[in-house]
Design a protein around this ligand. Structure first.
Ligand SMILES: Cc1cc2nc3c(=O)[nH]c(=O)nc-3n(C[C@H](O)[C@H](O)[C@H](O)COP(=O)(O)OP(=O)(O)OC[C@H]3O[C@@H](n4cnc5c(N)ncnc54)[C@H](O)[C@@H]3O)c2cc1C
Length: 391
């Protein structure tokens, strides 16, 4: 039996654990959390009062033969092939898969911790998303400033989804005429990839949303309700919706150059092997791969690692397919891969329905039972075909 340690019980770790053959692998999962949050729901908790059951017990999502232990991993020694935890246990492994995701870090920007504690956000936790929803409920007109404070983001369309859903919410409540909506971004255009920007920019114009590009948040002055950028601009707000910077898990690696300065694990972009290690892999948001941080990527990467661990050839092609709710019951997908740049795909009602439907099948998808359906979807929407189909 191959002793396989999976660190992290989120999307990537769970799909991988459920994909490995129980006759071939002795699987132990170490996770610092008990509950698995369906993170895309944070958007709907914040902007449309969604209150379904978005957290499930991690144990309930795993095949029975997976040994789940709740403990925080503090260090990983890739040379000795051991993992140490906060409670003082040392785990040896034959194979290791890191799936520790990433989390927000408000301490990087002066003034952000206070601002975030007061107003919340829709990328950190359920409690923070509920806090933001509470402030949106209390908003009676004025300026809402919304955007990402650093380039690394979960699901690249999510900042724009936030601004478009805010616009929809204000219109519904009859507040749009007495409100300014300002979208700020560190990128030179509203959507960083040009083909998708051609879809997004007219949408923002049509809805009267102001855009500030090249806006890297430097600091926030909560007393004077102002956000300052490194480039020297400022935005005065009544309600700030600021997506904090993200960092990888606070784990010490040996050798230390297996992670970058923000604690993202450095890996081969095709084989997902951690730098300098033959038997250690990374999946999902925890890596520094040049692709979108999204559940879809975590899923595809988990499948690749499952194949490699079983001795079958497999490579990750950087494929992504991020659903993008553009408001008013329409949606689109951001589709691309390492070799195929993001395509231009217009919003439709069907694509919005697909996003909504996924929320219903997410928990089942973690079991791996829907893989054949996803395989067909990915084949049909492979970047070249999708470009032809959508334009
Ligand atoms: C608003 C929003 C909208 C989104 N929309 C979409 C979407 O539409 N489509 C899409 O595909 N993706 C979307 N995503 C992104 C998606 O949810 C994440 O990319 C995905 O959950 C990442 O999976 P993961 O397994 O890498 O990490 P996670 O699911 O975050 O899991 C990380 C796990 O690691 C554990 N862990 C962390 N540190 C340690 C440690 N030191 N020791 C032990 N365990 C540890 C955690 O407890 C957790 O169990 C969205 C995210 C947000 C916030």
């Amino acid at each position: 039996m191959k002793r396989t340690l999976i660190v992290g019980g989120g999307s990537g770790g769970t799909i991988l654990a459920n994909s490995l053959d129980r006759h071939e692998f002795e699987i132990t999962m170490l996770s610092s959390s008990f509950g698995h949050l369906f993170q895309p729901a944070l958007l709907y908790v914040a902007f449309s009062h969604a209150r379904a059951r978005f957290v499930r017990d991690e144990r309930s999502l795993l095949a029975r033969h997976v040994n789940l232990l709740h403990d925080e991993v503090t260090s990983i020694n890739l040379k000795n092939k051991t993992v140490a935890t906060k409670s003082g246990v040392l785990f040896p492994y034959d194979y290791l898969v890191v799936a520790t995701g990433m989390h927000t870090d408000t301490s990087q920007i002066p003034g952000l911790s206070e601002t975030n504690a007061e107003f919340g956000d829709y990328h950190s936790s359920l409690a923070k998303a509920e806090r933001l929803s509470y402030h949106l409920d209390g908003f009676r007109g004025g300026t809402i400033a919304i955007g990402q404070s650093s380039p690394i983001i979960k699901c690249p369309p999510s900042p724009l989804e936030g601004v478009l859903l805010t616009d929809q919410l204000l219109r519904k409540r009859g507040l749009r005429e007495i409100s300014r909506l300002i979208y700020f971004t560190p990128y030179p255009r509203p959507y960083s990839a040009e083909p998708m920007n051609e879809v997004v920019e007219p949408l923002l114009e049509e809805r009267g949303i102001e855009v500030m590009t090249f806006f890297d948040v430097e600091r926030i002055d909560p007393a004077n309700k102002t956000i300052f950028s490194i480039e020297g601009d400022k935005i005065e707000y009544d309600l700030p919706i600021i997506i904090p910077p993200f960092v990888g898990a606070n784990i010490t690696y040996e050798p230390s150059d297996a992670v970058d300065e923000d604690h993202f694990v450095i890996a081969d972009k095709s084989t997902l092997r951690i730098k300098g290690a033959e038997d250690a892999f990374v999946v999902g948001d925890a890596s520094n791969l040049p692709t979108s941080k999204a559940g879809v990527g975590a899923h595809l990467q988990a499948k690749v690692v499952a194949q490699l661990l079983s001795g079958h050839p497999a490579t990750f092609d950087g494929r992504t397919s991020c659903p993008f709710d553009t408001g008013d019951g329409r949606g689109t997908f951001v589709i691309g891969s390492y070799d195929a740049p993001v395509i231009k795909a217009r919003p439709t009602r069907i694509k919005h329905l697909m996003k909504t439907a996924f929320q219903r099948i997410y928990w089942i998808s973690l079991r791996g039972t829907l893989n054949p359906v996803f395989d067909v979807y990915f084949k049909l929407t492979a970047p070249k075909k999708a470009a032809a189909a959508s334009d």
